[in-house]
Design a protein around this ligand. Structure first.
Ligand code: HSE
Length: 329
C-alpha cells in the first residue's frame, strides 16, 4: 500500500496520554500554522476508556486534523487498510506488541516511543520491518527530545564506538535533585508524577529499569548486540541511595544515576549505578528531567548530547520528527 506524494499521511495513534495528547497538540499547531512538509490526517485514536474527556483530541477535531469518529477503544479497529503509519505510544509489551507486529507484518510503517518493547524485542521487530519492507523508528523511546537514536543509528557503522554513558532517566534525575535539596523521596516522586515525567508506575523509573531499557537500545545501535541479550548490572534509587544523595549534596557533590556500556577486554560491560560525581563535573550539572549522553569513539572522541529527556511534549516532538522524517517530504 503506497501513498501518493501529495496525499495526506494517514496516522493511527495508539494511546492518548501525556505523549499521545501532546503529539495531537503538535500536529494541530502544525496544521493551524500551515507548516511545510506533508499534510497529516489522524484516522483513528485508540484509547482504553473512550468515555474520558480528551481535550487534545477535541482541539484536533476542531482543526480538521481528525474526524469526530476517530476515537475507538477497539484494538482490532485501529489498523484498518487506510493507514500509512502506526504511532504507538501506549507503552507496555502486550497490546503494544500485537499492534506493532501486526502493522510491520502488513508493511505499515511504525513509529514507537516504547522502550520496554524495544528493549525486549527490538531486534525481532527490526527483522519484521525488513521482511515487511517498511520502517520501524523510535527516536521517542530514548531520552525524549534528544536526537541520540538518529545519530547513533546512522553514525555507528565504522566509527568505532567504544563507550556510551548517560543519565537516561529524567524522573530519577529530577528526584535526586529534589532529594539533594532536602525533600523526602516520596515528595520528590509525587512532584515528578505531577509533571508527567514519571511512567504510570514510577517503580521502573526509580529502580533503573527504564534506564536499562534505554541502555539496551543504545547498546544495540552502538554495538550491534540484540537488546535482550545484553547483561546489565543495575541498582536504582531507593531510600538508602536517596539518603546518601542528600549527604553527598551537603558536602558539595552530587549523586547521579549513571548508565554505561563499554567494551572492556573484548566483552561488553553494562552498568546502571547511583554514582558520586564532583559538584563541578558536567554530569552534576544535568538538571531536572534532562538527560545527557556521551558517545565515545576512536574516530570522533567524545560526542555529547544533552536535552529534555522526559515529559509529554519533549517525547511527542521526537515522535513527530520520526513521523515526518519517514514520510519522504
Ligand atoms: N519516565 C521516563 C523518564 C520518561 O523519566 O525518563 C521518558 O522516557
Amino acid at each position: 500500500m503506497s501513498r501518493a506524494p501529495s496525499a495526506p499521511l494517514r496516522i493511527a495513534l495508539a494511546g492518548c496520554g501525556h505523549v499521545g495528547g501532546s503529539l495531537l497538540d503538535l500536529l494541530t499547531q502544525r496544521r493551524l500554522a500551515a507548516a511545510p512538509g506533508p499534510d497529516v490526517q489522524v484516522q483513528r485514536v485508540l484509547v482504553r476508556h473512550a468515555a474520558l474527556a480528551r481535550p487534545a483530541l477535541e482541539r484536533a477535531v476542531h482543526a480538521g486534523l481528525a474526524a469526530t469518529t476517530a476515537l475507538t477503544a477497539d484494538v482490532g479497529a485501529l489498523l484498518d487498510d487506510d493507514i500509512d503509519v502506526l504511532v504507538e505510544v501506549i507503552g507496555g509489551t502486550t497490546t503494544a506488541r500485537t499492534l506493532v507486529e501486526t502493522a510491520l507484518a502488513r508493511g505499515v510503517r511504525v513509529v514507537t516511543a516504547n522502550k520496554a518493547l524495544l528493549g525486549e524485542r527490538g531486534a525481532a521487530l527490526q527483522a519484521l520491518a525488513a521482511i515487511g519492507n517498511t520502517r520501524l523508528d523510535f527516536e521517542g523511546a530514548v531520552c525524549g527530545a534528544v536526537p541520540v537514536v538518529r545519530c547513533v543509528r546512522a553514525g555507528a557503522a565504522g566509527v568505532g564506538i567504544t563507550r556510551v554513558s548517560g543519565i537516561l532517566n529524567g524522573t530519577s534525575n529530577y528526584v535526586l535533585e529534589r532529594v539533594a535539596r532536602g525533600e523526602s523521596l516520596a515528595e520528590a516522586v509525587a512532584a515528578a508524577q505531577q509533571l508527567g515525567y514519571a511512567e504510570a508506575d514510577p517503580t521502573r523509573d526509580l529502580n533503573g529499569q527504564d534506564a536499562e531499557d534505554k541502555l539496551r537500545i543504545l547498546a544495540w545501535l552502538a554495538f550491534g548486540v540484540p537488546p535482550d541479550s545484553l547483561s546489565v548490572t543495575r541498582r536504582g534509587i531507593d531510600a538508602e541511595s536517596a539518603a546518601w544523595a542528600a549527604r553527598v549534596a551537603a558536602e558539595g557533590d552530587r549523586v547521579k544515576l549513571l548508565a554505561t556500556v563499554a567494551r572492556e577486554e573484548g566483552a561488553l560491560v553494562a552498568r546502571i549505578l547511583p554514582t558520586r560525581v564532583h559538584g563541578t563535573d558536567p554530569w552534576a550539572q544535568v538538571a531536572g528531567p534532562r538527560n545527557r549522553i556521551v558517545v565515545e569513539s576512536d574516530s570522533a572522541g567524545a560526542l555529547v548530547f544533552e536535552g529534555a529527556g522526559a515529559g509529554g511534549l519533549a517525547t511527542a516532538g521526537a515522535v513527530l520528527s520520526d513521523v515526518l522524517a519517514g514520510a519522504g517530504g
